[in-house]
Design a protein around this ligand. Structure first.
Ligand code: ASP
Length: 438
């Protein structure tokens, strides 16, 4: 029988109504055997996610030592869901336990993780599935890095003991027994880890949108949805700011070549977006799979006559960055100049030091830093065989009267990255979208 791992995001489990919808999705396909829930999210725009309330509880204990006011709201959320579902389940003992633990110096991650833990308990009761506590199957190493090997071994073994189970997302355990969470949105990662351990045929990630759009809907009105995208393309797009799926959620399933299907809990008939390891020879008529972009970059430009023949020049410059613990994003260079694109926040407060260190290291003719650069990534696996894509991108941008400040085409040929002034960002994005999509 097929195995599907299904992860439901916070908005998909925000209230009893959504719980019902989630249960009907799970029951509609017997292959949906392992379920990874987030904590209850927002029910409406101004609502507060349970995870955020739990962080606030932690802060409240550290502040005035009193968490009652906020914790009451957390209790209300869970009790409300249970009551509305008509579930015969008393969660008050669990809620008391969590409160006491928070009052008695449980950590910040412990506090946050209880959102998923409690929600998982309720969901498992509602579905009639077993409950597997993530603290027994998801492991971190002493240095805080996720312990892939141990987790996969223990979790795979545990799953064989359960026909159907709920495994709460977002957290695991440190070697010393304390709870640790992934970064925000980390239930996506748990889903992917479970899919790998279950050797699933498919990892369905249910959220509140029908998959990835070809461009940010805040900039492009009603953009087309992406039907199929490869892991590599997605990496490029999400690095550039396309959110929906946590960036790190790709790695566990990528390893096992398990496809991820992004689906919409509120529109379960929509196919959503399929994320796959690879596709059969560029099975797309579209040259471009998606466009994403980000503001907030700076360019450090270093000029020196005869730079190209000076051996070790690049290394010395990069060493300065390394000594300052600054990572760079792109490195376009010319004959006698070299530019380094970094995120502006990474160099904040260290500009003068950086410039003087570079001066000392390579004695350049000039070093300048310019801000307010936006990067746009045009991503598409079909670009490799389509001639003239770069020309179309540049034409579209120049026809929109926008100046291109930087160009970078990775050797993989699945993306072209252009840098423009932040104020031209939307205009450039619109122009590229129009050129390739409609
Ligand atoms: N509840 C956690 C958060 O809001 C994790 C998740 O939803 O994936 O970040």
């Amino acid at each position: 029988m097929q195995v599907k791992v299904v992860k439901f995001g916070g908005s998909s489990l925000a209230d009893a109504e959504h719980f019902r919808q989630v249960a009907s999705i799970i029951k509609a396909d017997p292959a949906r055997r392992y379920v990874v829930p987030s904590a209850p999210g927002k029910r409406f725009k101004e609502d507060i996610k349970v995870t955020d309330m739990l962080y606030a509880c932690y802060e409240a204990v550290r502040g005035n030592g009193d968490l009652d006011e906020i914790y009451e709201k957390v209790k209300e959320r869970y009790n409300g869901i249970i009551a509305e579902l008509g579930l015969n389940f008393d969660i008050s003992g669990e809620l008391e336990y969590v409160k006491n633990a928070m009052l008695h110096s449980a950590g910040r991650d412990y506090a946050a993780s209880r959102g998923e833990y409690l929600n998982g308990l309720i969901l498992s009761k509602y579905l009639g599935f077993d409950f597997i506590d993530a603290e027994n199957v998801i492991f971190f190493k002493d240095n805080g890095v996720f312990d892939e090997e141990k987790t996969n071994k223990v979790l795979a073994e545990e799953l064989t003991q359960h026909e159907r189970a709920v495994i709460p997302g977002f957290y695991g355990v440190m070697p010393n027994g304390t709870i640790k969470t992934f970064s925000r949105g980390g239930s996506d990662i748990t889903g992917s880890i479970v899919a790998r351990a279950a050797e699933a045929d498919l990892y369905e990630n249910w959220t509140d949108v029908s998959g990835f759009m070809m461009a940010d809907p805040r900039i492009i009105e009603n953009p087309c949805a992406i039907e199929t995208i490869t892991y590599r393309e997605l990496r490029e797009l999400s690095y550039m700011g396309a959110t929906v799926l946590h960036e790190d959620a790709i790695f566990p399933v990528r390893y096992a070549k398990i496809p991820i299907n992004i689906r919409n809990t509120n529109a379960p008939k929509d196919d959503g977006t399929m994320i796959v390891a690879e596709t059969k020879e560029f099975d797309t008529e579209k040259v471009i799979t998606g466009i994403a972009g980000k503001k907030g970059f700076s360019v450090i430009t270093i000029e020196k006559d005869m730079m190209n023949s000076e051996i070790g020049f690049g290394r010395k410059v990069l060493e300065v960055l390394e000594d300052n613990e600054i990572s760079f994003e792109h490195l376009p260079s010319g004959i006698d100049n070299m530019s380094i694109v970094v995120s502006s926040s990474a160099i904040e407060g260290r500009r003068d030091k950086l410039v003087s260190s570079i001066r000392r290291a390579v004695r350049p003719d000039s070093v300048t830093i310019e801000d307010e650069l936006a990067l746009i990534a045009i991503v598409g696996r079909a670009m490799v065989k389509a001639k003239g894509t770069a020309a179309r991108v540049f034409d579209a941008i120049s026809n929109a009267d926008v100046n291109i400040r930087m160009i970078d085409q990775g050797s993989s040929e699945i993306s072209i990255i252009v840098g423009v002034e932040e104020r031209d960002f939307n205009k450039a994005l619109e122009a590229i979208y129009k050129e390739f999509v409609k």
